[in-house]
Ligand binder design. Structure first.
Ligand SMILES: [Zn+2]
Ligand SMILES: [Zn+2]
Length: 655
């Protein structure tokens, strides 16, 4: 999902192969600026652009009333069977397809509030009732919802509020006149029951719950670095021509010690597979749950009752606040591009969001600067600044004039794109994809919004520009150049935000925890860490924030290493092959022992503590029978175990 869908990759590869050899050579050797200048016209409207438009039809990102009906009916069906959790999800899906402010969306919220009430999620239930009311819930249905509100308040122990809510219902019923239908009789019965309950509670108040102690985390000793934002003072930023920028321990570090706390500069939620249906003629909507249904599009918090975007069906938020912030910062530009961004993959999406967050002024300043720097690159004296003994950070790329390295757009921009390491075909694919995004922005009339991120006044008065045969404006070309740079940077610098997700049979019996890639992000400070297969740190995530801790003692002067290896993929792959080995050789065969040993190593390096420990034990049991307790494999397993068990408690519990 990081890269564009296969069909588009093939389309771009075909275009590349058909280019004049001379043009291919020029493109392969061109700087980012020149490759865009040469390549802008290579996305032909009737050929590549048309193919891309067809592919985009498969990605469902818009609001579809028929889908809303389908999801609401499915939700009602599950509600009837008392499957309240899944019903909440389906009502959320339904709400995301309804138009904001319509009576239909208010019905989705009201239905969802009922399911939430049954789940005992009273606070969230109240929020949904408020949403239903504000979106114009039909008047005749209101008494039922207002009664639920009173019941919720009662369950939360807010007696006065419950009594107030109840009198609102009473007034409403009185105003509506005499009611004789069975529904109304039930309502009246419920009303009087509630009144009794409130009265009982008032006369016999429950003892106030004791405030839970021990929740407060022990505050850690944390001294922030003067020159690297978010980093501990026990690190220093070094630079040499061989290793580039890197972080080094400036004093002895203990295992478990926090080394870095960084908020992502930008992050994009990885969508679920089902958002890209294979068959465009498919009419049944998917009820499978994906990342996009489970996590807030902006802050990555887990969703219970999501707030849908006003314009599309794919962006869902944890709160109205997140929805408004995302809209203001980037989503008003991204919203109508949903299908295109899903088709072109997460890297392109991260690149677009990065430039939107940075704003045109900052982007153009750095792009201009990089063009001068490109010229300097051909001048060896300007390129090789001699590494000095004392770390003077002022000359280090990404640092500001006072030598500080901050988690800023400047730092993101200075991450290495390694343009020379990408194949010319790959660069061409990225360039064509970025051009496609910018052309769509221009065609959708979003250019003014893209260029004036900082002032919301100006984009009500869009610039009138002569449309010259789909040519990009000079400003959009600057944005495109920065985006191309970011897509290429992501190949080496993308940080996966992962969470442990529970996957179970649904009946709550057996639950497996698996690391799941939740989002792709830029962490400019975290990116300073070089890769090693034997990292000396571990990274954990909470929402969009990363925390780096030492996983072993790090003596002063040693470099800090991070493992960027895709260990989750490797572990999953190995788990599948272990199943096959088990079938062929039996569960206690020596072959099984070797496979489990490999898996234990991967899990150990990936810091999946509990999984690693159980795999180590299984491997140990089998290998000690076949190879004896003195074998090197057994010794290594024991070393890994000792290391894991020596970790601070807080880490063991979290993983
Ligand atoms: Zn949120
Ligand atoms: Zn949207």
């Amino acid at each position: 999902m990081a890269l564009p869908v296969e069909e588009w990759r093939l389309c771009a590869a075909g275009r590349w192969a058909a280019l004049e050899p001379a043009l291919r050579e020029r493109l392969a050797a061109a700087s980012l600026h020149d490759s865009l200048r040469l390549g802008c016209g290579l996305l032909r409207p009737e050929a590549e652009a048309a193919a891309l438009r067809r592919l985009c039809r498969r990605a469902r990102a818009g609001k579809e009333p028929a889908a809303a009906r389908f999801y609401r009916e499915e939700g009602n069906r599950l509600f009837g069977r008392r499957h309240y959790g899944p019903a909440v999800r389906l009502y959320s899906q339904a709400a995301s397809h309804e138009l904001p402010g319509s009576p239909e969306v208010s019905v989705c919220f009201a239905n969802r509030s009922a399911a939430l009430f049954h789940l005992g999620r009273f606070e969230v239930c109240l929020e949904d009732i408020a949403r239903a009311e504000s979106h114009g819930y039909p008047d005749r249905l209101l008494p039922k919802v207002l009664l639920r509100k009173a019941e919720c308040l009662l369950c939360l122990g807010r007696l006065q509020d419950a009594a107030d809510a109840l009198s609102v219902v009473e007034n409403k019923i009185a105003m509506d006149g005499i009611m004789t239908s069975p529904t109304h009789q039930t309502l009246l019965k419920k009303l009087s029951q509630l009144k009794i309950k409130i009265h009982e509670k008032e006369s016999c108040p429950e003892p106030a719950r004791e405030a839970c102690g021990d929740i407060q985390e022990k505050s850690e000793i944390w001294e922030e670095n003067d020159s690297i934002s978010g980093a501990s003072s026990s690190l220093s930023l070094n630079f040499d021509t061989e290793r580039g920028r890197h972080l080094v321990a400036s004093q002895d570090i203990l295992p478990g010690q926090s080394l870095l706390k960084e908020e992502a500069f930008v992050s994009v939620l990885c969508p679920g597979e089902s958002l890209l249906l294979q068959d465009s003629s498919e009419t049944a909507w998917d009820t499978r749950v994906t990342n996009a249904d489970l996590y807030c599009h902006r802050c990555l918090r887990q969703l219970l009752a999501s707030v849908p975007c006003r314009g599309c069906s794919y962006a869902k938020y944890c709160s109205q606040n997140c929805a408004d912030m995302a809209w203001e910062q980037y989503h008003r530009t991204e919203c109508s591009l949903g299908a295109l961004l899903l088709t072109l993959g997460v890297f392109c999406h991260v690149a677009l969001r990065t430039v939107l967050l940075a704003g045109f002024a900052e982007v153009s300043r750095l792009v201009e600067w990089s063009r001068h720097d490109d010229k300097d690159l051909h001048n060896p004296e300007a390129r090789c600044k001699p590494p000095s003994e004392a770390p003077d950070t002022r000359g280090i790329p990404g640092c500001n004039d006072s030598g500080q390295y901050q988690s800023s757009y400047r730092a993101v921009f200075n991450l290495l794109p390694h343009a020379e390491k990408h194949s010319p075909e790959h660069k061409f694919l990225c360039m064509l994809s970025v051009v496609a995004i910018c052309k769509q922005l221009q065609e959708a009339g979003l250019e003014a919004a893209v260029l004036n991120q900082e002032s919301s006044e100006k984009w009500s008065k869009p610039k009138t520009r002569e449309k010259t045969s789909g040519e990009l404006s000079p400003e959009l070309k600057i944005m495109a150049e920065a985006m191309l740079r970011h897509v290429l940077q992501l190949q080496c610098n993308a940080q996966a935000i992962t969470v442990m997700q529970e996957s179970g049979s649904g009946d709550g019996a057996v639950v497996n925890k698996k690391p799941v890639r939740l989002a792709t992000a830029f962490f400019p400070v975290l990116s300073l860490l070089n890769h090693s297969c034997c990292p000396n740190i571990s990274v954990s995530f909470s929402g969009t924030a990363a925390t780096v801790r030492a996983s072993q003692p790090i003596p002063s002067g040693q470099e800090i290493f991070h493992c960027y290896g895709k260990w989750q993929d490797a572990a999953r792959h190995l788990e599948r092959s272990i199943e096959i080995v088990e079938m062929h050789h039996g569960p206690s065969s020596v072959e099984m022992g070797h496979e489990l040993f490999k898996l234990a190593q991967i899990l150990f390096n990936g810091f999946a503590v509990s999984e690693a420990l159980s795999t180590i034990e299984r491997a140990e049991e089998i290998l000690s029978v076949h190879c004896g307790p003195q074998s090197t494999q057994i010794q290594e397993l024991q070393e890994m175990k000792t290391c894991l068990l020596a970790l601070p408690r807080s880490i063991l519990q979290r993983t």
